[in-house]
Design a protein around this ligand. Structure first.
Ligand code: NAD
Length: 488
């Protein structure tokens, strides 16, 4: 299996190589085989990328927003036409089953380009009446924006950052995760084909040090990171030191609250979706599932029954529902948490917990979908982000208690409530400290809805009109219509 791109980086409309950079071996998580060999960016590559973004940006910003939007929508169409080949590439890079990548990756990237390319022409400043004189505001681009990606949704992250950046007239240098560097290159090539001028979207590969060099580059105006909280803290501090704009999309330990009156099959389906999709490697996953006394045992029995039917195996087989974990390091971290749940925390393992050897994929990073019951709030598996297919089920009695316990975390990315009582659904959600909440659903993130975190889970929002705000700055213009009232 090979997925070698023409070169490691994509700058000013062309693939560029510099073998002086540290090696990046790209492995297929299902087999461990090397599918591509790339190089981390050198200082020279970083300089080239930032300067090409800088010189392309002014002309792009001068286009009418509707013209920029038209080109982005063409890119959306191309992404949909190429969905199959892009999904295959994403599956090779991440190990996620093709069943998922066909619907959730390039397709979601296309949604962002289509939506933001459509609404940008209507995203304007305000007119402010001042009783004679007046003022207006302009929404101006920031300049060169840096995007830094995580490994779970590589092309989606690249598009969720570049679509609003480009729509508002900025240029972008994007650094994918070193674990999944391939699909951003495919996106960059496709942008050129769609008519986005060379230099507006550049991809440089690299480890954390390349990300840090980009953030501190004097000609970079903004950074948007998707990653873990510790990385976010470093990047935010670096951006703060240079007084740069920053958006942080970070980790979580989100709660799902299941009340006695909820439709149990839907609640179980939501909890499974919010724990096992992408082998549990989803930032907004509801990994603390609070279940009310009256349905606790029934919930656990049906959950175990349904979890055991999940089909795990060859990610390229369309019938397979769960693939491997993205890397051996992440696999080992998740297995360590399963051991902690069992031994240190003393939680009750009701299903899963093993790293199976799948036939034909013996070196793959597979982990069974795992459920712990009787988890308590102080256990490590209930407090720390695991980022794997490990669900913790906790028991509760009443509404106030569930809300207080759900909020008792440093994170605040997402939350879900399952109940048949409409008033309760809205009431509970209004008290949950999380940036994205679902009532009787979980993990749906349509591009029309802002997405981002409270507390340590992040700053700023992606998608919706909110994203356009985060890729622009406001200029206020006061206009005098009479004489200057000067005391001098
Ligand atoms: P990570 O924090 O290890 O790395 C993220 C990116 O930051 C990578 O590209 C990495 O190379 C880069 N990086 C690392 N150190 C850096 C530094 N000092 N300066 C600049 N860049 C640096 O995260 P990961 O393991 O790739 O991804 C998993 C994490 O991402 C989880 O915590 C998950 O919750 C989070 N995530 C959040 C969202 C969201 O939208 N909120 C979405 C997906 C993933």
């Amino acid at each position: 299996m090979k997925a070698q791109p023409k070169a490691s980086h994509f700058i000013n409309g062309s693939f560029v190589e510099d073998e002086g950079g540290r090696a990046i071996d790209v492995l297929y998580p299902a087999t461990g085989e090397t599918i591509a060999k790339l190089h981390s960016a050198t200082e020279n590559i970083i300089e080239l990328a930032v300067e090409s973004a800088r010189s392309a940006q002014a002309e792009w910003a001068a286009l009418k927003p509707i013209e920029r939007g038209r080109i982005l929508r063409r890119a959306a169409d191309l992404l949909r036409e190429r969905n199959e080949e892009l999904s295959r590439l994403e599956t090779l890079d991440t190990g996620k089953p093709i069943q998922e990548t066909l619907v959730a990756d390039a397709a979601s990237a296309a949604d962002a380009l289509e939506y933001l390319g459509s609404v940008v022409a209507g995203f304007n400043g305000e007119f402010i009446e001042l009783g004679g004189p007046f003022a207006y505001t302009r929404r101006e681009p920031l300049g060169v924006c840096v995007g830094i990606g995580a490994w779970n949704y590589p092309i989606q992250i690249a598009a969720w950052k570049s679509a609003p950046a480009l729509a508002m007239g900025n240029a972008m240098v994007f650094k994918p995760s070193e674990t999944t560097p391939l699909s951003a290159l495919a996106l960059a090539e496709l942008y050129i084909e769609a008519g986005i001028p060379a230099g507006l979207f550049n991809v440089v590969q690299g480890y954390g040090d390349v990300g840090a060099s980009l953030v501190s580059h004097p000609h970079v105006d903004k950074v948007s990171l998707t990653g873990s909280v510790p990385t976010g803290q470093k990047v935010m501090a670096l951006a703060g030191g240079h007084m740069k704009h920053a958006t942080m999309e970070l980790g979580g330990k989100s709660p799902i609250i299941v009340f006695d009156d909820s439709d149990l099959e839907n609640a179980i389906g939501g909890a499974m979706l919010g724990n096992f999709y992408s082998s549990g490697q989803v930032c907004s996953n509801g990994t603390r599932v609070f279940v009310q006394d009256g349905v606790y045992d029934r919930f656990l029995n049906r959950l175990a029954e349904r979890t055991k039917t999940i089909r795990m195996g060859d990610p390229l087989d369309e019938d397979v529902q769960m693939g491997p974990i993205v890397s051996r390091a992440q696999h080992d971290k998740v297995m360590d948490y399963i051991r902690i749940g069992r031994d240190e925390d003393g939680a009750r393992l009701i299903t899963g917990g093993n790293a199976p050897k799948m036939q034909g994929f013996e070196s793959g990073n597979f982990i069974e979908p795992t459920v712990f019951a009787d988890v308590t709030d102080d256990m490590r598996i209930a407090r720390e982000e695991i980022f794997g297919p490990v669900m913790s089920v906790l028991r509760f009695s009443d509404e106030d208690e569930a809300i207080a316990r759900a909020n008792d975390t440093e994170f605040g990315l997402a939350a879900g409530v399952f109940t048949a009582d409409l008033s309760r659904g809205h009431r509970v959600v209004s008290r949950l400290q999380a940036g994205t909440c679902w009532i009787n659903a979980y993990n749906l993130t349509p591009v029309e809805m802002p997405f981002g975190g409270y507390k340590k889970s992040g700053i700023g929002r992606e998608n919706a009109l909110a994203a356009l705000g985060h890729y622009s700055q406001v200029k206020s213009v006061y206009v005098e219509t009479g004489d200057v009232a000067s005391p001098y």
